[in-house]
Ligand binder design. Structure first.
Ligand code: FES
Length: 116
């Protein structure tokens, strides 16, 4: 990986792995959008914390080392996501750092657009 570049692997519910790249400071939503990762309905509100479609599930060890802790607004929105887990976050709220490069995240089977 070039310096300043980060790698993320998205794992779909069916086990399909999608590798994507971005730069430090990108959110996981930016990375999905910039790589045209085909995730149905993902990021519907474009990161304005009103949809919960950007829900992602992290491995426990990754969840624990995420530098951004969830805000109350994120937690409220997460409550509306389907398939919520103890290691769920909203992808639009996660900023990639060098340390997080190589991250693997699980895409939940169903997305819920809280606006509908
Ligand atoms: Fe809508 Fe993250 S993109 S809450």
């Amino acid at each position: 990986v070039q310096s300043g570049r980060v790698e993320v692997t998205f794992i779909r519910a069916n086990g399909e792995r999608i590798k994507a790249t971005g730069k430090e400071g990108d959110s996981l939503l930016d990375i999905v959008v910039n790589n045209s990762v085909d995730l149905e309905g993902y990021g519907a509100c474009e990161g304005t914390l009103t949809c919960s479609t950007c829900h992602l599930i992290f491995k426990k060890e990754d969840f624990d080392r995420l530098p951004d802790k969830p805000t109350d607004e994120e937690l409220d929105m997460l409550d509306l996501a389907y398939d919520l887990t103890d290691t769920s976050r909203l992808g639009c709220q996660i900023t990639m750092t060098k340390e997080l490069s190589g991250l693997e995240v699980q895409v939940p089977a169903t997305v819920n657009d809280a606006r509908s």
